[in-house]
Ligand binder design. Structure first.
Ligand code: NAP
Length: 241
């Protein structure tokens, strides 16, 4: 089950998991874009369920989990990837901006974990992969609320990894640095902003969406069974600098 699978990093993760042999339940709000991702999964020979879902609404995420179990037969891997970013100095942000980003980015991750919990705990196995951000660890002007939601994901991942270790359910996070997706397109199309943001990255480039797939496959596989509660930074060295 992958949220935010309609484009960007979520689509790349869904395709990588399908290529590695997983049937996929694809969630986001735009049905047409999810169908395109389903088409890519079908090309890999896997079944795909298209499940329009607003991750900020618990009832919809619960329905997504039920559909996944009913239509694919089981639930082994939960990727909580949906996210939104509004960028502005805090003084210009409104309480509505705060609620909006918190509801999708952090409550969305809670909803995915909570709705999947009975299934993963009962079967005594499972993999949860939350998508955080380098900005959950590193400060950047304009990203205070976004960074707070992503820091929350890192803390949630750590605590839930410890809580569910006894159930043989591993909970880890990927913290991407800058990647070329719709979320960042506008910023990187501006040469001055591009130059400023790339300066923070020792690799001096931004990531390609397909570079996240192998790490998601690793965290979804038994190769990572002894790893839990961790956040792995995939960021060209950004967080290490
Ligand atoms: N790109 C980067 O540089 C970068 C860096 C660090 C972390 N991230 C994180 O990586 C994740 C994916 O981002 P991206 O770069 O792929 O961005 P993107 O291209 O804007 O994709 C965001 C995804 O989230 C979905 N989404 C948004 N609101 C939703 C909601 N209420 N319910 C369900 N799905 C929702 C979108 O689908 P619909 O609009 O169809 O609902 C879309 O599939 C996000 O969590 C983001 O914060 C990205």
């Amino acid at each position: 089950m992958i949220t935010g699978a309609s484009r960007g990093l979520g689509r790349a993760i869904a395709v990588a998991l399908a290529d590695a042999g997983a049937d996929v339940a694809l969630a986001a709000r735009s049905k047409a874009a999810l169908e395109e991702t389903a088409h890519l999964a079908a090309r890999a020979g896997r079944r795909a369920v298209v499940a329009p879902t607003d991750v900020a609404r618990y009832a919809e995420v619960d329905t997504l989990v039920q559909r996944t179990v009913r239509e694919l037969g089981r639930l082994d891997i939960v990727v909580n990837n949906s996210g939104v970013a509004r960028v502005a100095p805090l003084v210009e942000m409104t309480p509505e901006d705060w609620r909006f980003m918190l509801d999708v980015n952090l409550t969305g991750v809670f909803n995915g974990c909570r709705a999947a919990a009975p299934h993963l705990i009962a079967q005594k196995s499972g993999k949860v992969i939350n998508v955080a951000s380098v900005l959950g660890q590193v400060g950047l002007p304009g990203y205070t609320i976004y960074g707070a939601t992503k820091g929350g994901i890192i803390a949630l991942t750590r605590a839930l990894g410890v809580e569910w270790a006894r159930h043989n359910v591993q909970v880890n996070a990927i913290a991407p640095g800058w990647f070329a997706t719709d979320m960042t397109h506008e910023a990187f199309a501006n040469p001055a902003i591009n130059e400023r943001l790339t300066r923070d990255v020792p690799a001096r480039r931004i990531g390609r969406p397909e570079e996240i797939g192998p790490l998601a496959v690793y965290l979804a596989s038994s190769s990572s069974d002894f790893m839990t509660g961790q956040t792995l930074f995939l960021d060209g060295g950004h967080s290490a600098a």
